[in-house]
Ligand binder design. Sequence first.
Ligand SMILES: *Cc1c(COP(=O)(O)O)cnc(C)c1O
Length: 356
Amino acid sequence: MDEIMSGATVRRGAIDLRSDTVTLPSPAMREAIARADLGDDVYGEDPTVNQLEERAAEMIGKEAAVLVPSGTMGNLSALLAHGRRGERVILGDECHIYCYEAGGASALGGLIYHALPNRADGTIDLDAMRKAAEMGADLHESPPGLICLENTHNRCGGVVLPISYMAAAHAIAQEYGLPLHLDGARIFNAAVTLGVDVREITRHVDSVQFCLSKGLAAPVGSLVAGPRPFITQVRRIRKLLGGGMRQAGVFAAAGVVALREMVGRLAEDHANAYTLAVGLAEIPGLSIDMGLVQSNIVRFELSDSRLSVADLLTRLRERGVLMGSMGGRIVRAVTHYGVGADDIGYAVQAMREALT
Ligand SMILES: *Cc1c(COP(=O)(O)O)cnc(C)c1O
């Protein structure tokens, strides 16, 4: 037991930079899990879930929140609550909802994805957004249902959308009477980079999904937050999707600890990511746009064409360092709880060796 609690097992040997989803619960989380007050959450009777949902709503600055098993279900239930069959979801073509969520809103909800180009900084051109919001009056066109943004933007390398951009997108949404949903899987990372309370970001959206199971290091869970009637609808859709859970306080307890103790340490992950990026940038054969290193994700290109990405990743793995392929010649490394500054130095050295 001591060994499990020691934190030494957090890394299980390898320096795993593939994702911040590989984080293991902290000793305080394991303690909270063991002691959690439990009940049947489908009856609304799990006190730990209720505590987590109330705390999350308050922190994120919305009226109510609901716990869901995954970010994917959080986004899907939010999209289905906002939009009707045949309506368009206006979003970026590099966003997680469009690229990585199995087309759920279309497959299960009859919504149509209207994907607009994401720029390198994670934004969507506002004129293109306005044009997409305008479409629908003509009977040939499908009406718009909602607009989605992502902050921080995962596939764009953890970039942070400026608050002024969020406000401008919100103004367009309001002008056309559309809800704006934020995929804020890593919203607290965005708040840390911007140096603001997270509510300064979320006040520009109608609903938000955020993950407990990424940088906040909880084992399971996401929250959807928004106005109370909307959350009631999300709760119904969560049930429809099979996401009504019973003694979910078992992992909600870790979520409570995540919100209390893990937000404050995200700056450490950002500092480690920056140090990693600086180290990698000095290695011949790699190219990095340092301007896009803004949170806990480092995205870079293997420009040395003598080596494939797969071979590079294998060489790193042989040296105890794991990174991920993002397609093409793009590699991704994500810093998180359990990865220390010393690990970053080691990872840079491993990369240097792998490339020589
Ligand atoms: C991880 C992630 C999700 C989905 O979360 P899961 O819990 O893995 O389903 C959604 N959006 C973004 C931006 C993510 O990074």
